[in-house]
Design a protein around this ligand. Structure first.
Ligand SMILES: Nc1ncnc2c1ncn2[C@@H]1O[C@H](COP(=O)(O)OP(=O)(O)OP(=O)(O)O)[C@@H](O)[C@H]1O
Length: 322
C-alpha cells in the first residue's frame, strides 16, 4: 500500500446506515498516459463479503486505495458509506477498518497496550448500536491473542503479528473493513479461525468486508461475491457458484448404483439428482456433483483478457450474472 495522497477539503456528515455500502460507477484511473481502470462498476451491501481478484498489476490496490480515500481517482462516481471518500473526514474514517500488510511500528509496545491505545481514537464515534472501541479483552479473545496480550510486539511470531493486524483493523468496530491478503503467513488453524472471524463479523455485526487475495481457495470459502478485475474492468461479478455456471454450464454428477459407477453431465444438476433419488432412493451411494472450480473460472477470465477477448467476457458476465 502507498502513502495517502488524497484529500483536499474534508467534511463530515452524520452517517446514516446506507442501503449500499459501496457504490462504484464508471471508475477510471490514469497513471501518466496509461489507463489502469477503464470504467469499473460494482456495489456492496451491508454484511456482504466481497473478494476482489485479478492478475498482478490489474489495479486491485488502486481500486481499494480509492475506496479508502488514500488515492484520488481520475474519473467516475464513488460513494462509500454514503460519502465520497476523496473528501470524507474523521467520522467517516472511524467507520472504516483497514488490515494492511503487516504492522511494523511500535515494536516495544505490548499487544494489549497498543490495542487499548488505538481504541481511544474511536471512543468519540461510539453509537448505541455500535459501541466503540471494542473491549480490549473481548477483541484479544476474538483474534486468538489472549495468551499473548502482554507480549511485546517484537516478540510475536509472523502469524500472531498478522492476528494483531486484524485486531488493529477491527478495534473501532468498523461498518466496512478492507482486508489486504489477510491470511498471508497463517498456519491452517489460524486460517480457519480467521475465516470464522470474518463470517462472524459479517453475519453478527453486519460489517461489509472487501478483501483482496491471490488465494482462490480462500476467496471461495470467504466471499459471498467474487469480483474479477482484468483489463481495467470488472469482468466477473457473482458467487463462486454463479461464476462457475457461467464458465462451464454443465456440472458432472457421479454416483454408484448396485455397485456400478455412473456419471452424467447436466446443466440442471439439482433436478437430475432429485430424479435419481426418486427412482432409486437409498440404493444411490457415493453421490458427488462437480462444478467448475473458482480456479477454472479465474484462469478462463484472465486468459480471455490476455487474448483480447475481455469485452466479450465482460458482456457475457454482465448478461449472465447480474
Ligand atoms: N503511483 C503510481 N504511478 C504510476 N503507476 C502506478 C502507480 N500505482 C500503480 N501503478 C501501476 O498501475 C497498475 C496497477 O497497479 P496496482 O498496484 O493497483 O495493481 P494490483 O492489481 O494491486 O497488483 P498486485 O496484484 O501486483 O498487487 C500497475 O501497472 C502499476 O504499475
Amino acid at each position: 500500500m502507498t502513502t495517502p495522497e488524497a484529500s483536499a477539503a474534508t467534511h463530515d456528515v452524520e452517517q446514516q446506515p446506507a442501503e449500499t455500502v459501496i457504490e462504484v460507477r464508471d471508475l477510471r484511473m490514469r497513471y501518466g498516459s496509461t489507463d489502469v481502470l477503464k470504467g469499473v462498476d460494482f456495489s456492496a451491501h451491508p454484511g456482504e463479503v466481497l473478494c476482489l481478484l485479478g492478475p498482478n498489476g490489474a489495479g486491485k490496490t488502486t481500486t481499494v486505495e480509492i475506496l479508502e480515500g488514500f488515492r484520488l481517482r481520475s474519473g467516475g462516481e464513488v460513494t462509500v458509506l454514503g460519502t465520497d471518500p476523496a473528501t470524507a473526514g474523521e467520522a467517516w474514517r472511524a467507520q472504516v477498518g483497514l488490515v494492511l500488510q503487516s504492522w511494523r511500528d511500535h515494536a516495544k509496545w505490548k499487544v494489549r497496550e497498543l490495542l487499548a491505545y488505538l481504541g481511544v481514537f474511536y471512543a468519540p464515534h461510539s453509537t448505541p448500536d455500535r459501541p466503540r472501541p471494542y473491549d480490549t479483552g473481548e477483541l484479544l479473545e476474538r483474534v486468538g491473542l489472549t495468551e499473548h496480550a502482554n507480549k511485546r510486539i517484537s516478540a510475536l511470531s509472523g502469524g500472531q503479528r498478522r492476528r494483531l493486524d486484524v485486531a488493529i483493523g477491527i478495534v473501532g468496530r468498523p461498518r466496512l473493513l478492507f482486508l489486504d491478503e489477510p491470511t498471508a503467513g497463517f498456519d491452517p488453524e489460524a486460517r480457519r479461525d480467521f475465516h470464522e472471524l470474518v463470517h462472524n463479523l459479517a453475519a453478527a455485526e453486519d460489517t461489509t468486508i472487501l478483501l483482496t487475495t491471490h488465494d482462490l481457495d480462500e476467496a471461495e470459502k470467504l466471499a459471498d461475491r467474487i469480483l474479477i478485475l482484468a483489463g481495467g474492468r470488472i469482468v466477473a461479478d457473482g458467487s463462486a457458484e454463479q461464476l462457475a455456471a457461467e464458465v462451464a454450464r454443465e456440472s458432472e454428477v457421479h454416483w454408484r448404483h448396485n455397485g456400478e459407477r455412473h456419471s452424467h453431465a447436466t446443466v440442471e444438476s439439482t433436478e437430475f439428482v432429485r430424479q435419481l433419488f426418486e427412482r432409486h432412493g437409498s440404493e444411490i451411494t457415493d453421490l458427488e456433483v462437480r462444478r467448475a472450480s473458482l480456479e477454472d473460472v479465474y484462469l478462463t477470465m484472465v486468459h480471455r483478457h490476455e487474448t483480447g477477448q475481455v469485452d466479450a467476457a465482460a458482456d457475457e458476465f454482465t448478461r449472465g450474472v447480474r
